[in-house]
Design a protein around this ligand. Sequence first.
Ligand SMILES: [Zn+2]
Ligand SMILES: [Zn+2]
Length: 390
Amino acid sequence: MPIINRIAGYIEDMKQWRRQLHKHPELLFDCHETSAFVVEKLKEFGVDEIHTGIAKTGVVVIIKGQNGGDGTVLGLRADMDALPMQENPGLEYASVYDGKMHACGHDGHTAMLLGAARYLAETRNFTGRVALIFQPAEEGGGGGELMVREGIMERFGITEVYALHTSIDADTGHFFTVPGAIMAAVDEFEIKVKGVGGHAASPQKTVDPLVAGVGIVTAMQTIISRNHDPMRDAVCSVTQFHAGTTSNVIAETAFINGTIRTFDEEDRLMILQRIKEVAAGQASAYNCEAEVVLTKGYPVTVNNPQKTEFAVEVAKEISGEAAVKNNAGKELGAEDFSYMLKERPGSFLFLGQGNGRGLHNTNFDFNDEASPYGASYFARLVEKAQPVVL
Ligand SMILES: [Zn+2]
Ligand SMILES: [Zn+2]
């Protein structure tokens, strides 16, 4: 079964919704206009329940199918937020808000889930109920995490979760994913090295934090090369080092920061622990003190293998066998859908939108031709997981 016919009939509508959203991007949890737009459409479609104000501007929608079913309740998620960046002018539906832009395709994700909502509300060709999750604050802020903490899984009886993300790395309407870890965990570290500043001509009267900082940065290179299993993927990059202001002053402090990307919680904890140990040990060797601040980012996005097999089967029904890859590589980006996948089994797939400018580029634009594939995928997931038995 290719794109669902009825959904093909919504192509023009989904395009209009998407462009309306693209024109009015909102950041983090401030998705007021966006969620009001989503709610207005959902009311038109005649969904059964609309729950607003979850994680501030998040919305969960319930659509009831036919009675019965085995208790499976899919949670289908779309993110609604944009990025704090200036869009290049040119599109007739370009952002009207300075410094805000839909450069990650979340306008398209929202439009596709609205398309699925309309179809499911009109046809009800499934049993039980389905929960559609429109979340704010995916681009930092952890809106997905907050929705989970506010209890959406229990409150709406969600048993499995699914999401899509657009990608320029596949043709329009093609899908790709991988069972197990698909996106990395991201953490940031900041190290403040404290010494005693003074005249550069009298180093014996100072405690130089710059030299200690160099020791820390150098020793940190051994975390991945000596402490980490070489058969596993991980990155620990120092990306900033600041100390001093001029040639004749020894600085009082040095500042180091960087990012860690891992696919395994054990690796992640080991690296965080080693950064603390290396910073403390090196600082102490140079009579300095090191203060380490670790900022926990999103965890690893882990696809459940069985649910991924199911999702791939559905994607193949929509786009054909050759258009779906189940063994794509992992990505070092991060996703806060990871928090939902920690709570419930499910799968995260990429949906190709053909070549174009990459995500987070000032010229990025979601390809509306991908919408019927995404909306059909969401709709078929529900019909197949919660089938009406005649
Ligand atoms: Zn993004
Ligand atoms: Zn995104």
